[in-house]
Design a binder for this molecule. Structure first.
Ligand code: ZN
Length: 192
């Protein structure tokens, strides 16, 4: 089932996710819906908060970034109850976008590598290290489960300059070809 995506300005994007109960069978269906929603909106990653879920979960298919790293090709994974246990390496700048911020792209600096613990959809535990483009996507999605969005990681000045654009997004004045939920919208708006 394709779920509507929560737009910037909605309080759920600021909520820190809580771990799902170990072995929660509802997670498999949620993962399926999240992948379907992500593909329908041409995203490379989607976090629970972006579909109104405050459990710790995100899904990734990094294939569209194959030119930025060979390991991105076919990298399709669900991360349940993720916890980053280490950030390593120097800060690297990279232009990011986010399904909750249609039309916005900003350069964000992030550490080169991460070590992350998580469960997969079958509740198998993993601890893995990622660098390059995969570390980039994982950190962006991981931020969502921590209630942080990418514009929280740009300069205050830059964010101020984006004020009008951000207000427009929160009020539903966006050009997105997927269904969205807006916090400040008075009337429901249909989009093609
Ligand atoms: Zn995002």
């Amino acid at each position: 089932m394709i779920l509507p995506i929560v737009a910037h300005g909605h309080p759920v994007l600021k909520q820190v996710g809580e771990d799902f109960p170990q072995g929660d069978p509802a997670v498999a269906r949620l993962i399926e819906d999240m992948f379907e929603t992500m593909y329908a909106s041409s995203g490379v990653g989607l976090a629970g908060q972006q579909v109104g879920v405050t459990g710790r979960i995100f899904v990734i298919d990094a294939t569209p970034f194959a030119e930025d790293g060979a390991d991105a090709e076919g990298f399709r994974k669900a991360f349940v109850n993720p916890h980053i246990v280490a950030y390593e390496g120097g800060k690297v700048p990279f232009e990011e976008g986010c399904l909750s911020f249609p039309g916005l792209r900003e350069v964000v600096e992030r550490p080169e590598s991460v070590r992350i613990q998580y469960y997969d959809e079958q509740w198998n535990f993993h601890e893995e290290e990622y660098s390059g483009i995969l570390a980039r996507i994982i950190q962006h999605e991981y931020d969502h489960v921590e209630g942080v969005v990418f514009i929280d990681r740009i300069s205050t000045l830059r964010r101020t300059l984006l004020g009008r654009k951000l207000k427009e997004i929160s009020e539903g004045h966006v050009d997105a070809d997927y269904r969205m939920v807006f916090a400040r919208q008075k009337k429901s708006r249909k989009r093609g």
